[in-house]
Design a protein around this ligand. Sequence first.
Ligand code: 6CS
Length: 339
Amino acid sequence: MSLNKLFKATLSAAAIFAVAGTAAQAEEWKFAHEESPGDVQDLYAQEFKRLVEEKTNGDVTVTVYTYGQLGTENDITELTTAGAVQFSNASPGHLGTFVPEIQVFGVPYLLSQDNEVNKEVLSGSPTIYDGLSKDFESKGLKLYTMYPEGEMVWTTKKKVTQPSEFDGVKFRVMTSPILIESYESFGADPVALPWGEVYSGLQTSVIDAQVNPIFFIESAKFYEVTDYLIYAGQQQYTTTVVSNAAFYDGLSDERKEMLKEVKAELDDFIYEAQEKANAEALDRIKKAKPGIEVIKLDDEQRAAFKKASAGIGDSLVSEVGGDTEEVLNALRKEFGTEM
Ligand code: 6CS
């Protein structure tokens, strides 16, 4: 054997040991999400854990990390790109500086008012899984799935039924830049913060309002420090689950197939789970704080906010460029919300 061949043989043996070593350790998959125990993302992650462990006969164990255990929303995305965690929730509301194209989901009134339509599009749309997924790949992430968590509801200290009433209202939004522009267009003064700072911000009047699905407003207790729940119909909370791209690409075909099956089962599971979580949370909020005023804006009132924010899609297209226009138009068609 030539020295060169011996060197190569030694190298491949070392590589096999290294890979075998990595594979043995990678049998623990870490899944970090952005919410508290029992919240919608936790229900998803726990069911993912149960199914993966069952389908691999325990060869893979999944460890779930809730919000704060590994950092804030943006921290867990970074940990996923670095390969320190294998799966995480990365919601469009917080992902804008990392995968700017995903901010299309922050464009007001993009999603349907019919949540069955939203479920169908989010779980299987070619625009998402063939198109947008490439924007994730270029950042070292594999887009695993996307699901809705419920209608975004404004919680405010003062009644707001038209854009002019937002004047001077410091409105907390998630950290994606498009959300700042959207709430400016509605007439508010937006402030981007991680959610861990929202309760105290409302309590101390650093902010006067925020927006989230009902289950989260109850679980994070934002209703305790606000007086109105306002349904403006402008957005559904959507989230993506991503995995580290190199980790995913290195999985066997069998494991990839198993993950596809898990995704399909969870598409139905999470849709029902979030509907139930939101309905039950609203009942509990009303019981805990009977004085809270629940306002559903009528079509005319909603039209005023829709009109005020009509240019947001175009600004996103000009700021982000690339395939954003194509993605936005295709999604509007799929959700049935063409302008
Ligand atoms: O408002 C937020 O930032 C948080 N809201 C929800 C529903 N999930 C996680 C996210 O970070």
